[in-house]
Design a protein around this ligand. Structure first.
Ligand code: OOB
Length: 530
């Protein structure tokens, strides 16, 4: 089934945006032309393009030998290790579709992805940041009717080591994927109960990667530090690791994003660009100002995922001795960048303009009427790399897309006369916790199951470091003993949600402020948070 209307696909091909190439084609190209150039460096390994290419082929062969077929889904939960790309490219070559889970996800998320996507396999590390992912995998397997086979990078415990999946020799893939096929499923930040899956194909993703690499002026000499989780759309494609592989450069994987690790790697590996969320950028700036790191190789710092204040933006370039670029993107598609040729004011005060001349951007009022430049409104978008619908979610799609295929981003923006966008806020029911997105409803649904809770409303409250944190306002049942806030937080954790979704604050109230038509007014709740 095609992911785009045929008329739109034909237009994107005719414009030269969609080239018919597969996402991994550049890796194969560089492996042939410059086999010994280093493609990826992690904490313990360094792989050339030839090695990465050969590993991906052997993994593709191994997946098919295990009986997986084109179109089957697997859940990929690997941290920033070289094997992430071995599995990602290997799956793509076999036509097997990875679901791009984050290392922070726990039983609720991973269990849901495995069940909803009917995953045939789950890829995990042994341990990461003190957490045993094999235990998580065992719980997920015990819960599901069709447990996925578990492959482990590191000590396998009761499961299969990744090494056992590598075929001794690569064989040609009999039924290779086409460029319009579903390549992988990204995750939406979400605003409803369960995270939505975002179907990306080779054509649309490769276009965004290639055009991003051009905008960011990547070359074979680019060295990219991947400090955010590799599966996230920003470090994966904006231009991220895939952009660097496209250009034939080198990816350095940071095992964690702390200033000591990241700045140490920038100095040692002569990193030229990297992408981070605002709180991380500020933590790095403070460490850099304190001195001791040679950051002279760094040319470009990209900041995105959450709003960067002008004040913070001013600090970053001087502190890190490089150029700043703002990035406003979303896993559903549209990505905006400030450009090298933009004046300083634009770089400091806007979140950039769209990648493509064929990105259609509308700023509309509550009745979907177009607004003039400068006015605050809802951002709607459609274009050559923005999805037309979430995967297997027809009811949700009817709300999230207009009848003519524009995606309702849920972001409130102004457009300047130059076509740059300024993000002013959000209409979607989500908390943006320093770039990590929390769907309020997902957390509310968990808390509603607590015996003492009558009603709950989770909202964002301002935070000087993360931009926003989450606060759960709780109305207790009349006869209930008042639980302590830590107990409610522990309840969310015990339900298996990722730690970043656990409410930062819990407040008990007698009633919620309501809107004119009797709905909970989250706006007034936020205002009362103080
Ligand atoms: C990126 O992707 P997601 O899918 O995690 O989150 C998308 C949402 C946007 O709709 C917006 O609400 C927010 O994150 N956002 C920003 C922003 N960048 C993203 N809000 C204000 N200023 C920014 N610069 O976060 C993402 C994907 C690709 C590239 C960069 C970020």
């Amino acid at each position: 089934m095609s992911l785009y209307p045929e008329e739109a696909a034909a237009r994107h091909r005719a414009a030269g945006h969609w080239t018919g190439e597969l996402l991994d084609a550049a890796v194969r190209r560089h492996a042939a032309a410059t086999p010994d150039r280093i493609a990826v460096t992690d904490r313990t390994q360094q792989w050339s393009y030839a090695e990465l290419d050969a590993r991906a082929d052997r993994l593709a062969t191994g997946l098919l030998a295990r009986g997986l077929r084109k179109g089957d889904r697997v859940v990929l939960q690997l941290p920033n290790v070289a094997e992430f790309f071995e599995v990602f490219f290997g799956a793509l070559r076999a036509g097997v579709v990875p679901v791009m889970a984050l290392p922070a996800h726990r039983r609720a998320e991973i269990g849901y992805f495995c069940a909803f996507a009917e995953a045939r396999a789950l890829f995990v590390p042994d341990r990461h940041e003190g957490f045993d992912h094999r235990e998580l995998a065992a719980e997920v397997r015990a819960a599901g009717p069709q447990p996925p086979e578990v492959f482990v990078v590191g000590e396998p415990g009761p499961f299969t080591p990744l090494a056992a999946l590598r075929a001794p020799e690569a064989a040609p893939v009999a039924d290779p994927p086409a460029s319009g096929d579903l390549a992988f499923l990204q995750l939406s930040g979400g605003s409803t109960g369960l995270p939505k899956l975002i179907p990306r194909c080779h054509d649309d993703y490769l276009y965004s990667v290639r055009a991003s690499a051009e905008i960011c002026e990547l070359t074979a000499d680019s060295v990219y530090l991947c400090a955010l989780p590799a599966a996230h759309n920003f470090p994966l494609s904006s231009p991220g690791t895939l952009g660097v592989f496209f250009a034939g450069g080198r990816v350095v994987l940071a095992p964690d994003p702390s200033p000591a690790t990241a700045l140490g790697l920038i100095a040692r590996e002569r990193v030229t660009l990297t992408g981070v969320v605002p709180p991380l950028a500020l933590a790095w700036a403070s460490a850099a100002e304190a001195g001791a790191y040679d950051l002279s190789s760094l040319e470009l710092l990209q900041v995105g995922g959450a709003k960067l204040s002008e004040e913070a933006a001013r600090r970053l370039g001087p502190a890190l001795g490089c150029r700043l670029q703002q990035v406003f993107g979303m896993a559903e598609g549209l990505v905006n960048y400030t450009r090298p040729e933009d004046d300083e004011r634009t770089v400091l005060t806007t979140q950039g303009r769209p990648i493509s001349p064929d990105d259609e951007v509308r700023v509309v009022d509550d009745q979907d009427r177009d607004l003039p430049d400068g006015a605050l409104g809802h951002l709607l978008t459609r274009g050559p790399y923005t999805i037309r619908g979430y995967w297997r979610a027809p009811e949700h799609n009817a709300r999230s897309f207009t009848a003519d295929g524009f995606y309702r981003t849920g972001d409130l923006v102004r457009r300047t006369a130059t076509g740059h966008l300024v993000v002013e806020g959000r209409a979607k029911d989500q908390i943006n916790r320093g770039g990590e997105k929390v769907a309020a409803e997902e957390v509310e649904n968990v808390l509603l199951a607590h015996p003492a809770v009558h009603d709950v409303s989770v909202v964002a409250v301002p935070d000087p470091y993360l931009g926003e944190r989450s606060c759960a306002y709780v109305i207790l049942r009349p006869a209930a003993d008042r639980p302590r806030p830590v107990e409610l937080k522990a309840f969310v954790r015990a339900a298996g949600l990722a730690e970043y979704k656990v409410p930062d604050r819990v407040e008990f109230v007698d009633a919620f402020p309501s809107t004119g038509i009797g709905k909970v007014s989250k706006k007034d709740l936020r205002a009362s948070a103080g």
